[in-house]
Design a binder for this molecule. Structure first.
Ligand code: HSE
Length: 432
């Protein structure tokens, strides 16, 4: 039986997928156990120059040409963005098509409704490429790791921000220059604000946490802080303290509730996540049976994303050839409470710009001490003689987030403090 495929979108990733489906057909046919044909590609303009050769009649500009084509059994959605992609996926499932998507925003925001639709229509909705591009993580969480009670996920899931922090740390590059490079390399979103502000990572964490903890997680559940407050000094000082700075996406189950957060974090240099550089992603999952396992690889880019998308297509096409129904997708309602960020207990790093004179340390120590925050280390850096100011770098023992936020406000009001320049949480890995 020939399997016909529809593709929505021929941007960077869509073109890579189209190339493989159009040029690698024989090899794919062998893996699938039958022929596959890319029958229609939905594009905005059919006349544009493209990186693949589409046979006549394949490029279409009206979604209904894909939706209403009775030969098309699998549709790959690579348009990106929430709408119209979410609406199209819903309509495709209702029309009896299986759907493969790389769209993290749609799955993070509409995953539960779309999964319910896929269950009711007995169709498959596959989204391996939505997190970590070609790194297998959706499939392991949905299958191989199911025996585990998952305790935590700690992940670097945004290639753009990891590229930026790597270039800032290693090559002392300015933030804007590093971002421009990431855009040129094709990792960044159309609007890179979503990368920089941690929104893209929050979408991905919502998807991973829903699967890992068998509960409904939406992007709004995830606390998020981006990387734009990081400055050259933070990388320098944290290196001296033995840490790298990474934008981490963290889901942690503790005392029956789920902590969900995306923020820059100081990662001990001897932990493997500290050495994940450039556009690479890594996802560490900790379960009760298998302990910690790390999934690592190229987490952004057209070919890596195409790898996961085509893997999903192959899996659905094999089932179609063998006439095997998809396994119904798990039905997730909110089964675990989300812990408020104010209750987080963590170690913290502060960088303060202060007057360089007697009594300054004492007043800062008092603000922290009065709120139960115990200082672990203080280093004075970069004293500036003409202005009589210096940078103070303070790290704390485990403290509560609400007390830390209150201390930042109070320290900022002290005469001797010119500026609380930054606060970064320190991520610790308890020994098992
Ligand atoms: N903008 C995303 C990133 C692309 O930088 O990781 C992959 O989802």
């Amino acid at each position: 039986m020939e399997i016909n495929i529809g593709l929505l979108g021929a941007g960077v990733v869509g073109s890579a997928v189209a190339s493989v489906l159009l040029e690698g057909k024989e090899d794919l046919g062998r893996k699938i156990g039958g022929a596959v044909r890319l029958k229609k590609i939905l594009v905005r303009e059919s006349e544009r120059q493209r990186s693949f050769q589409a046979p006549p009649g394949v490029l279409v500009t009206d979604f209904r040409e894909v939706l209403n084509d009775p030969d098309i059994q699998i549709v790959v959605e690579l348009m990106g963005g929430e709408e119209p992609a979410a609406r199209y996926i819903e309509r495709l499932l209702v029309a009896g098509k299986h759907v493969v998507t790389a769209n993290k925003e749609v799955i993070a925001k509409h995953g539960p409704e779309l999964s319910a639709r896929a269950r009711s229509t007995e169709r498959q909705l596959s989204f391996e490429a939505s997190v970590g591009a070609g790194i297998p993580i959706i499939s392991p969480l949905s299958r191989d790791l199911l025996a585990n009670d998952i305790r935590s996920i700690r992940a670097i899931v945004n290639g753009t921000t990891n590229y930026i922090v790597t270039r800032m740390a290693m090559d002392h590059m300015a933030f804007d220059d590093a971002l421009l490079e990431a855009q040129h390399l094709g990792f960044a979103e159309a609007d890179p604000t979503n990368d920089i502000a941690g929104t893209d990572a929050a979408y991905k964490l919502a998807i991973l946490a829903s699967l890992a903890f068998h509960t409904k997680v939406v992007p709004e559940d995830v606390f998020r802080e981006g990387i734009s407050s990081l400055e050259a000094q933070d990388f320098r000082y944290s290196q001296e303290l033995g840490f790298a700075i990474k934008l981490l996406a963290i889901a942690h189950k503790e005392n029956g509730s789920l902590q969900l957060r995306v923020h820059p974090a100081l990662v001990p240099q001897d932990h493997i996540l500290a050495s994940i550089d450039g556009a690479f992603n890594a996802i560490e999952v900790e379960g009760d049976l298998m302990g910690r396992v790390l999934f690592h690889g190229m987490g952004a880019g057209s070919e890596s994303t195409a790898s996961a998308v085509i893997g999903d297509v192959i899996e659905i096409a094999r089932r179609l050839n063998l006439d095997i129904k998809p396994l119904p997708m798990e039905e997730n309602s909110r089964s675990i409470a989300i812990a408020p960020m104010s209750e987080l207990v963590s170690r913290y790093y502060f960088r303060l710009n202060v007057a360089d004179r007697a009594g300054v340390l004492a007043s800062i120590a008092k603000v922290l001490g009065d709120r139960g925050i115990s200082i672990a280390s203080v280093i004075q850096k970069d004293a500036d003689l003409p202005t009589q100011t210096a940078d103070l770098v303070v790290t704390t023992h485990p403290s509560r987030e609400d007390a830390v936020q209150e201390s930042i406000r109070c320290m900022g009001e002290l005469d001797v403090v010119r500026k609380v320049s930054n606060m970064v949480r320190i991520e610790d890995w308890p020994s098992r």
